[in-house]
Design a protein around this ligand. Structure first.
Ligand code: ATP
Length: 332
């Protein structure tokens, strides 16, 4: 059996882990990027595409394999094409449409009784500092912070003028929560029926993370473009609360989007000075912040006394499922 993924995001980690678990590894790669991926000896087979339709037909022609989705899949290939992938996918494919709709996404968090920032559906309602976001995982491009409804309206007008959005309704306006970001990376294992904490990261974003280097008299508007990730550990007393969130989230997805979350997910949070964890977003798949931990994280060592990246953890789950005739519990 082979493990296959789309070249980008966390594909190196996924295939490196698959190889460690004894699988054949295959990558579907844009022809412009193949020379980069050819540098890595753990990738056994290359399927090179020139356009996104071709990518999907290549994926569908790979026999006896499981496809691993990651955070860039829908951004690169598009929701419609992803729905045409016919080979088994690790995880719950019914979650994809939920993930790409901000309303539905926040609803899943709220149904899980997870604290989330106040949302404003109309700029007119804005009564505090807010962050204005664009839809989809665009790596924070175009986001802005506004202190009043006037600033929100001006900012939205600029985005419409630049063609970055087509309709005001696409835009998300959230209360700007003051605190520090922490992205809690989890893994739900149907095989062990447990939630594992696989790591924590912080996105390293330009220019907001550079602004603190400037003296306060030089002011500059913050932007939130992700350029990398920084590792973090949380004080241990925060962990029971985030585990409660994670377990409740798994239970909600099982009820609302059966069979629920399978494998990696991430609760993207701000921790306030009262140590409240406010979740502003979730990812239902492997996040790029897990690339920090190819050799395992401080948390993965608590479950596995061996180096265990999330990429490898996915393949371990598939391997155990296969050995126990339970593959249908980890794929859809
Ligand atoms: P992606 O969706 O691409 O994975 P992301 O998960 O990092 O991005 P975004 O929602 O795009 O999350 O947020 C980008 C940045 O904005 C991060 O620095 C995050 O900490 C900050 N941020 C997002 N929402 C809020 C909020 N409600 N309050 C304070 N900061 C926020």
């Amino acid at each position: 059996m082979s493990i296959i993924t789309l070249a980008s995001h966390s594909s190196l980690q996924i295939l490196h882990g698959a190889k460690k678990e004894g699988f054949q590894t295959e990558i579907v790669v844009d022809k412009k990027r193949q020379s980069f991926y050819k540098r890595f000896p753990f990738i056994d087979k290359f399927h090179v595409y020139s356009n996104e339709d071709e990518a999907v037909s290549l994926i569908n022609n790979i026999q006896d394999s499981i496809f691993i989705p990651h955070g860039s899949l829908i951004e690169y290939i598009g929701m419609e094409r992803v729905s045409k992938i016919r080979i088994p996918i690790f995880g719950n494919r019914s979650l994809f449409p939920w993930e790409s709709n901000q309303e539905k996404k926040m609803k899943l968090l709220e149904l899980s009784k997870i604290k989330t920032p106040t949302r404003f559906s109309d700029p007119e309602e804005v009564d505090r500092t807010v962050i204005v976001k664009l839809p989809g995982a665009k790596g924070g491009k175009g986001y802005f912070v506004a202190r009043s409804k006037g600033e929100v309206k001006d900012g939205i007008r600029r985005l419409l003028d630049k063609g970055m959005v087509n309709d005001q309704r696409e835009i998300i306006i959230q209360e700007y929560v003051i605190g520090i970001p922490m992205y809690f990376q989890f893994f739900y294992s149907p095989i062990f029926r447990r939630v594992e904490l696989t790591g924590i990261d912080i996105r390293y974003e330009t220019n907001i993370d550079g602004l603190k280097r400037l003296p306060s008299w030089i002011s500059q508007e913050p932007s939130f473009v992700v350029a990398g990730n920084i590792p973090a550990v949380a004080r241990e007393s925060l962990l029971p609360a985030v585990f409660d969130y994670a377990e409740s989230f798994v239970a909600t997805t099982r009820e609302v989007v059966p069979p629920g979350i399978i494998g990696p997910f991430c609760l993207e949070s701000i921790v306030t000075e009262n140590l409240d964890v406010i979740v502003f977003e979730f990812s239902g798949r492997i996040v790029a912040g897990t690339n920090l931990y190819i050799d395992g994280s401080p948390y993965s060592w608590l479950y596995w006394d061996e180096p265990m990246s999330v990429g490898r953890r996915i393949s371990r789950e598939i391997k155990l499922a296969k050995e126990n005739n339970r593959t249908s519990e980890v794929t859809t």
